[in-house]
Design a protein around this ligand. Structure first.
Ligand SMILES: [Zn+2]
Ligand SMILES: [Zn+2]
Length: 268
């Protein structure tokens, strides 16, 4: 167990490593959780002496990746500009004992729009085959190899107490992308169904478990088309929640279980 403050490389750069670590120690915390791999954002930095608003780069690494760890991975990390000249994990790491703190790497795994745009074959595909570039698919072996390498790199090259994983799993349709527009009032079931991935690895691996993913995909397409055609009204002859949908389509329940196993197996 540990108590910690989430923080970013720009906090360490702009406020000073010692000041930030000293603040965490003075607060009685036992660790610092520094973002090691992070997505884009729009931040207000209330106590930063150099800037107030900040837009971090998308899908970049805030440590110095050891490239040999990624020699066989298709997906490669990219160093953030703020970390290019200084490895803030190393800087914090060598001062931990002095401040009585542990180091934790706050690591975003499958949410990476930069990598998704570079490798569209690695992203989530909805039932219509549309890519969700923000969501690398955890069924994809190239994505899995990248996530494992990222964690291994952090765990073996820094005095790491823990690697905290964010999004080591499937992501959905909605996640806070800028200017998300739906144009129709999507009901929760439709959002859930549009969040399911039918990329090639998902289809193949589900098939290996005896799930007819093609049939399921066709069923969901037909259902979603019928719902979208009637929006903003909901067709009364259609299931309107997940239990009802699973009752009408048992293959869906098995597919959801399959997805849970995919995500869990990545953690093992
Ligand atoms: Zn995002
Ligand atoms: Zn998939």
């Amino acid at each position: 167990m540990y108590s910690a403050l989430w923080m970013f490389a720009w906090d360490l750069q702009d406020e000073g490593v010692e000041k930030v670590l000293g603040f965490a120690a003075d607060c009685g915390l036992s660790a610092v959780q520094i973002a090691s791999s992070y997505h884009a954002g729009n931040f207000i930095l209330g106590h930063n002496p150099k800037r107030v608003a900040y837009f971090p780069e998308d899908g970049v690494a805030y440590f110095h990746p050891h490239l040999e760890v990624y020699a066989d991975t298709k997906l490669k990390p990219k160093i953030a500009e703020v970390s290019r000249g200084t490895d803030w994990f190393a800087e914090a790491g060598r001062r931990l004992d002095r401040f009585g703190l542990k180091l934790v790497a706050w690591t975003v795994c499958c949410h990476n729009t930069r990598l998704g745009l570079l490798h569209p074959d690695c992203v989530t595909r909805n039932a219509f085959g549309d890519p969700y570039y923000h969501a690398l698919c955890p069924s994809n072996d190239d994505v899995r190899a990248y996530v494992v390498a990222l964690v291994k790199d952090l765990a073996t090259h820094y005095p790491m107490y823990a690697v905290q994983l964010e999004s080591p799993e499937f992501m959905g349709l909605v996640h806070g992308h800028h200017h998300e527009r739906q144009g129709v009032a999507l009901d929760p079931l439709s959002v859930s169904l549009l969040s399911l991935c039918f990329c090639e690895p998902c289809m193949r691996k589900a098939g290996e478990r005896g799930i007819d993913a093609r049939k399921l995909r066709a069923t969901l397409r037909e259902h979603l088309r019928a719902v979208l055609d009637r929006a903003p009204f909901y067709p009364l002859d259609r299931p309107s929640d997940m239990p009802g949908m699973v009752a009408a389509c048992p293959e869906l329940g098995r597919f959801v279980e399959f997805r849970e196993q995919v995500a869990l197996s990545l953690l093992k």
